[in-house]
Design a binder for this molecule. Sequence first.
Ligand code: CMC
Length: 430
Amino acid sequence: MSKKYAELTLDGVTHSYPIIQSTQGENAIDISTLLRDTGHITLDRGYVNTGSCTSAITYLDGKEGILNYRGYAIDDLAENCSFVEVAYLLLHDDLPNLEQLNDFRELMSTYALIHEDMIHFFDHFPPNASPMSILSTMVNSLHNFYPEMSTHPEPFESFDNVTTRLLAKVRTIAAFSYKKSLGHPLIYPRYDLNYCENFLNMMFDKPTKPYTILPEVVSALNKLLILHADHEQNCSTSTVRLVGSAGVNLYASIAAGINALWGPLHGGAAQAVVEMLEGIYADDMDFEKYIRKAKDSNDGFRLTGFGHRVYKTFDPRATIIKKACDETLAALNVDDPLLDIAKELEDRVRSDDYFVSRNLYPNVDFYSGIIYRAMGIPTDMFTVMFALGRLPGWIAHWREMNSDEERRIGRPRQLYIGYPAKKYIPLDER
Ligand code: CMC
């Protein structure tokens, strides 16, 4: 196929830039020589239109509402796979066969404990410390305890050790931080439980009241983790890549991603949604007040759980989560007024021209918090749950970036709008 070029004419001179073909979706104009050719940079606030890398992990079509991991549709994966299978898929090229899956699971069990010295770290956070701050601190510290291979992902066969260690330990850290926040004894991971069962057991089992692991809860958690497992170049994943591009080790890069995820515009949204729905409930269901505020450009308030940078139609993950929310609450016999409020709010938003004209649909965070509530997960841990799910995606992107022979340190440009050069004035003359 002959190469295509885009032309840019500036000050009467025409420059050509090669079009790089994707395997699916948008192609890209390679403008890497633009500055050298023209003395200009591009300005693209929030990277709305800027590709920072090539990637073979996730395909997302925001107009059609399509999300595929390594070619597989998200609904197929959410319906049929375990989270561990999907983690393997993201980190390798394809789904595992039975033997590969069993080996991967075995490694996960092998690495599920955290070094006992790390457990002392939990004792030194204030009682109201944010679980996200604890998580990023603990993940950063993992490099001191497990430095092997965390600076470069080769040889690839051995990288499964690093991946499973991180996946298993983050799950343990998340559950331990909850137990510590309650002042309860820690419940250790068990060999006989699968990934989701183990997490739920570590969270909720007590010496005084054994926890019953319900298949409905395991299935809902499994689905939520799969749906969060990757989403191409979002804020936290791009952070992992950017930090990692400086040669930073895996754990520190992932800790940076955890911090980026914390924000209410990103992974913190599920918690913000539940708090917003509780606010509407406490406010005598005054939906119109919240909708009015969200539409007022002078009011910073937004309807959290609506809108997405890339999706301009239904977020396919939100559609699956809404259905799972109904199923899980029914199976657990939970009657949560927040679910009715969420549905009513969605109906009102979907018939309001402000939201319709801006393509603001419910996103992945709109219904997920209601499922977590039904499982007994506290609101301030919702973003930790997102991090657990997103972990394989972050690791896969860190690995892909580090294995890319054309990688370069991430270094955006800026358009300077400060003072032109000024003459220095000595202190006694100012
Ligand atoms: N409520 C009210 N108005 C909104 C909302 C909202 N949730 N989202 C976007 N808008 C309006 C915005 O005011 C703007 O209007 P106008 O054109 O009149 O200025 C227009 O829609 C476009 O918004 P934008 O801020 O330019 O869009 P963005 O792509 O920069 O931001 C977003 C995307 C997700 C940050 C934004 O939609 C938002 O703040 N949503 C609420 C927070 C949220 O739910 N975040 C979770 C996102 S999904 C999980 C994840 O990937 O992290």
